[in-house]
Design a protein around this ligand. Structure first.
Ligand code: S3P
Length: 439
C-alpha cells in the first residue's frame, strides 16, 4: 500500500505536459488491432489501464510491440482475433473491458473477462443488453464480472437507443458493428465523447452522426468497413490536466501552462464551467491533429463564484466532477451539480466518496441520489491531518491530494498507487510545479 501526503504549498508555477489521453489511447490500440496493415501510435498513455487493454489484445492474438518512441500494431482486420487461453483481466479499466466485450462479441471466438475489486462491482448490463441483440452468447452473474462471451461470427447489426450518455456503451456497440454486414445504429440522450467515431472515420469507415433538437445524437456505421492502419499522435489528457489546473485555480498567485492538451468540445466541460465561474482559463495555440483539436491551457489563480452546472454539460465533464467539487469548495456561494447519478457507477461511488470525505474537513456539502451541492468556504482548517482512502479510485486520490495543497495540517491518501491507472507521473509533475507532496 502506497500513501501520499500533500500539505499547504506556495503558488504553483511553470509549464508542464500531462500524459497522453486515456480514452484515445485505448481506442488507438483496439482500432489498430481491427485495421489491415501497420498502425503506429505516438504518445500512448502507458498507464495501468491502457496496458491492461494492450495485454488483453496480445492474448487475443494481436501483434503489438514498442519500437523506439512508437507502439506498432500489425493488424489483420476486424474479426481476426483468436480465443485467448487465459481470462482477460482488465484491472481497474471500465473502458478497456466494455470496449473489448463489444469487439469479442462480434468475432467467432470465446473469451472470459475479469478485473480488480472495483471493476468487478461495476454494472455491465449497459453493454450486455445491446450485445445480446447481436446474437452473442453471454454468461454473467447478475451482469457483473467475471463474464464469458461467445461471439457471433457475423453479428446481427445492433439498433439501439440508450437512456445513458455513455461513450463506453456507444463504442462497445460500434466495435461490434465492425464485423456485421448491415448498418449499426446507436442513439444517445446527450452526445458523449466522439473519439471512436472520429478515429473510425480517419481509418476509412463510413460513419455519420446527427444531433437532434432535443440534444440526442444518432450514430450510424456501415458494416464491414475496410479499416486502414494509420499513424496516431495522441494529444494529452484534459482529464489529467484538470488536476494541476484545479490546484492552480485555488492556490493564491499560481500561474501554469499545460501543453498539447486534447480540447475536443465533448471533453472540455470542466474548463467551460470554470470560465463561467469567473476563472482564468485560456485555450491557446490551437491546432488540428488527426481530427482532434489540440492546444495549450493557461490557468491562473482566480476568485470563483458558485454556479448551477447546466445538466447538458454533464457528459463533457463526467470524469472531472471529483476535482470540480474541490474547486467548488473555494468558490463564493453555492455550486449545484444535478443529473450526475452515473458518478455512483465509476471506479468508486464518487458522490458518496466526495460527500463523506469533504465532510471530514468541515465543508458544507450535501447530496441526493442524483446531485451534489457545496457552499464554498476558503477559511476551512480542520486543525489535524485528514486521512482519505482512495477506494481504488485514481480520481478520488488525486482530488484529495490537490485539496491537501491548501491544508496547513495536510491530507494523507492511502492506497494512492491507484493513481497509476491513469496518471503515473502525477507525483513528479505536481512537484515540478511546486506542490508539496511526500511519499
Ligand atoms: C470513457 C467514457 C466515460 C468516462 C471514462 C472514459 C471512454 O465513461 O467516464 O473515464 O473512454 O469512453 P462512461 O461511458 O461510463 O460515461
Amino acid at each position: 500500500m502506497v500513501s501520499i501526503t500533500s500539505i499547504k504549498s506556495k503558488k504553483l508555477s511553470g509549464e508542464i505536459f500531462v500524459p497522453g489521453d486515456k480514452s484515445i489511447s485505448h481506442r488507438a490500440l483496439i482500432l489498430g488491432a481491427c485495421a489491415v496493415g501497420k498502425t503506429t501510435i505516438e504518445n500512448l498513455l502507458e498507464s495501468e489501464d491502457v496496458l491492461a487493454t494492450l495485454n488483453a489484445l496480445k492474448l487475443l492474438g494481436v501483434n503489438i510491440k514498442k519500437s523506439k518512441n512508437f507502439w506498432e500494431i500489425r493488424g489483420n482486420g476486424q474479426g481476426s482475433l483468436k480465443s485467448p487461453d487465459k481470462i482477460l483481466n482488465l484491472g481497474n479499466s471500465g473502458t478497456g473491458v466494455r470496449l473489448l466485450m463489444g469487439l469479442v462479441a462480434g468475432c467467432d471466438i470465446t473469451a472470459s473477462f475479469t478485473g480488480d475489486e472495483s471493476l468487478c462491482t461495476r454494472p455491465m448490463k449497459r453493454v450486455l443488453v445491446p450485445l445480446e441483440k447481436s446474437g452473442a452468447e453471454i454468461l454473467s452473474n447478475d451482469f457483473k464480472l467475471p463474464i464469458t462471451i461467445k461471439g457471433n461470427k457475423i453479428p446481427i447489426p445492433i439498433k439501439y437507443s440508450s437512456s445513458l450518455s455513455s461513450a463506453q456503451v456507444k463504442s462497445c456497440v460500434l466495435l461490434n458493428g465492425l464485423t456485421s454486414t448491415g448498418n449499426t445504429s446507436y442513439i444517445e440522450r446527450v452526445k458523449s465523447r466522439d473519439h471512436t467515431e472520429k478515429m473510425l472515420h480517419f481509418m476509412g469507415a463510413k460513419i455519420s452522426s446527427k444531433c437532434f433538437d432535443n440534444g440526442s445524437n444518432k450514430v450510424e456505421l456501415a458494416g464491414l468497413p475496410y479499416l486502414k492502419g494509420k499513424h496516431f499522435n495522441i494529444p494529452n489528457d484534459p482529464s489529467s490536466a484538470a488536476f494541476p489546473s484545479a490546484a492552480a485555480l485555488i492556490i493564491p498567485n499560481s500561474e501554469i501552462k499545460i501543453k498539447n492538451v486534447c480540447l475536443n468540445v465533448l471533453r472540455t466541460g470542466f474548463y467551460e464551467t470554470i470560465k463561467d465561474m469567473g476563472g482564468y482559463i485560456k485555450f491557446i495555440n490551437q491546432k488540428n491533429i488527426s481530427g482532434e483539436v489540440v492546444g495549450d491551457i493557461q490557468v491562473k489563480y482566480s476568485q470563483l463564484k458558485g454556479i448551477v452546472v447546466p445538466e447538458k454539460r454533464v457528459p463533457s465533464m463526467i470524469d472531472e466532477f471529483p476535482i470540480f467539487c474541490i474547486v467548488a469548495c473555494f468558490a463564493e456561494g453555492e455550486t449545484v451539480m444535478t443529473g450526475i447519478k452515473d458518478l455512483r457507477n465509476k471506479e468508486s461511488d464518487r458522490i458518496k466518496e466526495m460527500v463523506e470525505n469533504l465532510n471530514k474537513f468541515g465543508f458544507d456539502i450535501k447530496s441526493t441520489i442524483n446531485s451534489i451541492s457545496i457552499i464554498g468556504n476558503k477559511k476551512i482548517n480542520p486543525g489535524r491531518e485528514i486521512v482519505i482512502d482512495s477506494k481504488f479510485d485514481h480520481r478520488i486520490a488525486m482530488s484529495f491530494l490537490c485539496l491537501g495543497l491548501l491544508m496547513v495540517n495536510g491530507v494523507k491518501v492511502k492506497n494512492a498507487e491507484t493513481i497509476n491507472s491513469s496518471f503515473p507521473s502525477f507525483f513528479n509533475i505536481m512537484k515540478s510545479l511546486g506542490a508539496n507532496l511526500k511519499k
